[in-house]
Design a protein. Structure first.
Length: 194
């Protein structure tokens, strides 16, 4: 009888421990939930090689735009600078990413790009290191901007120079704007003011 009682007790103890172990290893019900990232987890380098941490922009609306110095859309720098100056003290920032992905229209070095932007358009908004915005060598921040699995909004492709990505005050992608849409377009200005 003692032997039977001991075996019963051992089986109960083992099954309780096994159940507790199973409960520990089960993850919460998040298995098939997409993890939405924010822009704040990214750090990049600016034109001068300094680290630019997107978490420093928490609480601001952000426009990210891929730029080029030898494009028919290059005059958009003027409008980008104008809206940046108008709204930078109202929680808005533009971040430019020079890219040479379209018809080799950004062939310069970081130093040359910086000089071009300053001399021709008086650019004062942050300009980052030249990157690739599409293809196998796409930079991490553009993977975030173009992949729904990362941004939680939509898959997109950078169509040309001066495509705009609008990021809200929580660091979430909220809108993709076509390259030919001017930075001063009412759709963008109303978003900045809203």
């Amino acid at each position: 009888m003692k032997k039977l009682l001991f075996i019963t007790w051992a089986v109960v103890l083992f099954s309780c421990q096994n159940q507790a172990q199973t409960n520990k290893t089960k993850s919460p019900k998040t298995d098939n939930v997409m993890t939405k990232e924010t822009i704040y987890q990214y750090k990049v380098e600016d034109l001068s090689g300094k680290t630019f941490d997107f978490s420093s922009l928490k609480g601001k609306k952000i426009m990210i735009v891929n730029t080029a110095s030898k494009c028919g859309l290059t005059p958009q720098y003027k409008d980008l600078e104008a809206i940046y100056k108008q709204y930078k003290d109202k929680g808005f920032v533009i971040v430019g990413f020079p890219a040479n992905n379209f018809a080799s229209q950004e062939p310069g070095t970081n130093e040359e790009i910086g000089a071009f932007c300053q001399q021709n358009y008086g650019v004062t908004f942050p300009m980052m290191d030249k990157v690739s915005v599409k293809g196998d060598d796409m930079c991490e921040i553009y993977k975030f901007l173009t992949q729904k699995s990362k941004n939680g909004l939509q898959d997109s492709e950078v169509e040309w120079n001066f495509q705009k990505y609008l990021i809200n005050e929580k660091g979430e992608l909220v809108k993709v704007i076509k390259p030919r849409t001017l930075p001063t377009d009412s759709e963008i200005v109303n978003w900045i003011k809203g």
